[in-house]
Write a protein that binds this ligand. Structure first.
Ligand code: ADP
Ligand code: ASP
Ligand code: MG
Length: 412
């Protein structure tokens, strides 16, 4: 007789994995198979693929800049449908399950609508489901604030719901089921010969997630790292071993570059002839920060006569608002004719903990981009990544060239 210890396992299924009724049935079978091995199972689900975009589109048709509280009420309904269908599918397969919305679990968040942060998770309802041999089917992406308002966690937020629930339960593992076999050296839908990574450190995954690899939402990796939850990213369409996101291991340093990624839809603002005096950068960036606009790469170039050029990147979606704010609030520092902007930019990055101990990665990156005749607008680095802002139309070419150039291709 095989005796295996009962584990607590959290499984998250993304939009494509629950995109049709047949796929929901497939997930129900997988979840039940796990439970039948004697484990306690929590399932966290996303909305069916395309649904969140559809819901946000409806709101947009009524109001171009919708009230974010109401937007969250609308956006969160996608997950409500999936948890109900998933519980029904588990019942239909002969299992027991109960659906739980964010406020029913009590996933408590702050009140930053559309980008709320999880503050606390009450595990009582989940434990009650376990005691009744039921699978807890939890709606991802949503929570509730202290005043009872529905909140959402930002795009891709179901990953964070799952890892946070796993942390609260001290689960043995958190499995993120998606439409690819794991985390690859580059987006496998862009780079055909990308290679699946078996184990990746939290740090590298944090960088990849924040630099465009949407396979995990960045906050889910932050939670995983903080609470040491082993995250297993894998496919819902087969049983292959996927990628484990784990604490850094010695062997990881041997790999110079773990992955290549790109963000799209970046914009750049340059203010020229800004008076070069202490505090001037804060004067420019303060009104933008107050408006919730996140600026990214910041470069200041020293020029003559006590004046300097200040350049920074920001999401394209915020460009019009940012320019408006700067023209209204910073006209004294920078008259309108000295404000220039550019859109359709992309930030390509190479990431790897091996960079800490190896020289020459930046040089190699510039050589590879130069060979493709790609002009680099801005550069930013951290201990384990190098990013170059380039013209958006070259993003895929750059990712492929860097992927090949750093020898990441499968079989290379
Ligand atoms: P889900 O709906 O399951 O949450 P997502 O679409 O959010 O799935 O994330 C999976 C997608 O992430 C993949 O289909 C892939 O195109 C993309 N992706 C981007 N970079 C990577 C990478 N380095 N490794 C794996 N997938 C990646
Ligand atoms: N349904 C949400 C989205 O599309 C959350 C998620 O899929 O993780 O962003
Ligand atoms: Mg996702």
């Amino acid at each position: 007789m095989e005796i295996s210890a009962a584990l607590v396992i959290v499984q998250k299924y993304g939009g494509t994995s629950v995109g049709t009724v047949d796929r929901i049935r497939n997930v129900a079978r997988r979840v039940l198979a796990t439970q039948r091995k004697g484990h306690d199972v929590v399932v966290v689900v996303s909305a069916m693929s395309g649904e969140t975009n559809r819901l946000l589109g409806l709101a947009q048709q009524i109001s171009p800049i919708p009230d974010e509280r109401e937007l969250d009420v609308v956006a969160s309904t996608g997950e409500q449908v999936t948890v109900g269908l998933m519980a029904l599918a588990i019942h239909a397969e002969g299992g027991k399950a109960t659906s739980l919305l964010g406020h029913q679990v009590r996933i408590l968040t702050d009140s930053a609508f559309a980008r709320a942060r999880i503050q606390d998770i009450d595990v009582q309802a989940i434990r009650k489901a376990f005691a009744a041999q039921k699978i807890a089917v939890i709606a991802g992406f949503q929570g509730v604030d202290k005043d009872g308002n529905i909140t959402t966690l930002g795009r891709g937020g179901s990953d964070t719901s799952a890892v946070a629930v796993a942390a609260a339960l001290k689960a043995d593992s958190c499995e993120i089921y998606t439409d690819v076999d794991g985390v690859y050296t580059a987006d496998p839908n862009v780079v055909r010969n990308a290679r699946k990574i078996d184990r990746i450190s939290y740090e590298e995954m944090l960088e990849l997630a924040s630099l465009g690899a949407k396979v995990l939402q960045i906050r889910s990796v932050e939670f995983g790292m903080k609470y040491q939850v082993p995250i297993h990213v894998r496919s819902s369409f087969n049983d292959h071993e996927g990628t484990w996101v784990v604490p850094e291991e010695k062997a990881m340093e041997a790999v110079l570059v773990a992955g290549v990624t790109a963000t799209r839809d970046e914009a750049k603002i340059t203010l020229s002839g800004v008076p070069d005096r202490p505090g001037v950068q804060a004067e420019v960036l303060r009104p933008l920060a107050e408006a919730g606009i996140v600026v990214d790469v910041i470069v200041q170039a020293h020029i003559q006569n006590g004046r300097t050029n200040l350049t920074f990147t920001l999401p394209s979606a915020d460009l019009a608002r940012a320019k408006d704010i700067l023209l209204k609030q910073c006209a004294g520092i920078c008259p309108p004719e000295q404000l220039k902007s550019e859109e359709n930019l992309s930030k390509v990055s190479v990431v790897g903990v091996g960079m800490r101990s190896h020289a020459g990665v930046a040089l190699k990156m510039f050589e590879i981009l130069a060979k493709e005749n790609i002009h680099v607008h801005l550069i930013s680095t951290s201990e384990i990544k190098i990013s170059c802002v380039i013209e958006g139309k070259y993003a895929e070419l750059a990712v492929r060239a860097l992927h090949d150039g750093f020898g990441l291709a499968a079989g290379a």
